[in-house]
Write a protein that binds this ligand. Structure first.
Ligand SMILES: *Cc1c(COP(=O)(O)O)cnc(C)c1O
Length: 371
């Protein structure tokens, strides 16, 4: 049995070498410029713009704050079509902007929004579509763009899981009107807490820049009711350090992904995540979907068995957002049979750069042993 201090969690935050971080922050003791778009903030914004291959980046204190302010900046009204198969943040950002979420189902094979079911949810009140690139799987961006064009809707991607991903060499942050990335400590790239918005619109970037600073455009002009969502210099310093190691970390995640695939692909009743063609993945998560009729045991059985060995997985995303207490009596649950099913069957297994391959093997053996 693994000892208490050897617990394997579903993820583990990457840390740069300590000396490197200390060296990166040491100048702050001289400058005393700790937040409000300092030197490190400026440098990180520019490095992320290059890394993501996008035109404009705005940094934020949190991904969620970025999403809330983005919806405000776009001045949306009425209803926003999204999926309930996501983290709380996606729908919360909609509701906290006074908008109504309309839940669309997801696809059985890749867990992203089912683009064939979007159009019948569009009403005269719909102003935007907010799909999620879930687990690092990229939505059918081409089909979504066509629907949005036809109905004159905005498209905003929750790209929290897809930092650095590309489709056929195009950075994922180029799709739709804007995308939100999260730099939370548990994400593939992190700034402890943090996030960013990418978009093609310079105008949107400028607006977000002052919305994250109380709406203060300049010292004597406050055109909008903003918030405080500025990334500070310590966060930016962590980002500058982590970005240097990111490709290396993603390469290690890839090895873990491939090891899981090779050990689990022959098990009947366990479905694995396969990225759509043309994607350069970041291997953010490793979800398995358990068919209890075929596998003979449930998702919860696997969760409990691994937990006994101090291997802590996540039932990510369970419950569905539309089933949360704060929403189930307030908004229509929607007709989402696929999301309901996947949510009750999905389990994300541990994956992070430093996860030893023999632990991956152990996880796979424990799962096989249940059959
Ligand atoms: C992490 C996450 C967010 C929120 O990002 P924070 O940086 O933690 O505020 C939003 N959406 C999804 C899908 C996420 O996984």
């Amino acid at each position: 049995m693994r000892k208490e201090d050897e617990i394997i969690n579903v993820t583990r935050s990457d840390m740069p070498p300590m000396e490197e971080f200390i060296s990166e922050i040491s100048s702050l003791w001289d400058t005393r410029w700790l937040t409000n778009m300092g030197e490190k903030h400026i440098r990180l914004e520019s490095e992320i713009k290059d890394y993501l291959k996008v035109d404009n980046v705005t940094l934020f204190s949190h991904g969620h704050a970025a999403l809330e302010l983005l919806l405000q900046a776009m001045d949306l009204k009425g209803e926003v079509i999204t999926t309930p198969f996501s983290f709380a943040s996606t729908t919360h950002a909609i509701v906290r902007n006074g908008l109504t979420p309309v839940f669309c189902d997801i696809k059985e094979d890749d867990y992203t929004i089912d683009e064939t079911k979007i159009e019948k949810l569009i009403t005269s009140k719909t102003s935007a579509i907010l799909p999620v690139h879930v687990y690092g799987q990229i939505c059918n961006v081409e089909a979504i763009e066509q629907i949005a064009k036809k109905h004159n809707l905005k498209v905003i991607y929750d790209a929290a899981h897809t930092f650095g991903e590309e489709i056929d060499g195009i950075g994922v942050g180029n799709y739709g009107d804007a995308s939100m990335f999260s730099f939370h400590a548990t994400k593939v790239f992190h700034t402890i807490e943090g996030g960013a918005i990418t978009s093609k619109s310079r105008e949107l970037k400028d607006k977000l820049y002052y919305l994250k600073n109380f709406g203060i455009q300049d010292v004597d002009s406050v055109p909008d009711v903003g918030a405080n969502a500025k990334m500070n210099e310590f966060q930016a310093a962590m980002g500058l350090c982590n970005l240097r190691y990111l490709d290396e970390k993603i390469a290690k995640r890839k090895q873990i992904y491939e090891r899981y695939i090779s050990r689990l692909e022959s098990i009947d009743g366990i479905k694995l995540l396969r990225y759509r063609e043309g994607i350069k993945p970041n291997y953010a998560y490793f979800p398995i979907v358990v068919d209890p009729e075929v596998f003979g045991k449930t998702r919860d059985d696997i969760f409990d068995r691994l937990k006994k060995e101090n291997i802590i997985c996540r039932k990510y995303f369970y419950p569905l957002i539309s089933d949360y207490e704060c929403y189930r009596d307030r908004f229509s649950h929607g007709d989402t049979p696929v999301a309901d099913k996947i949510s009750s069957r999905v389990l994300t297994l541990p994956i992070y750069a430093e996860l030893p391959l023999d632990v991956v093997d152990e996880v796979c053996e424990l799962i096989k042993g249940l059959k």
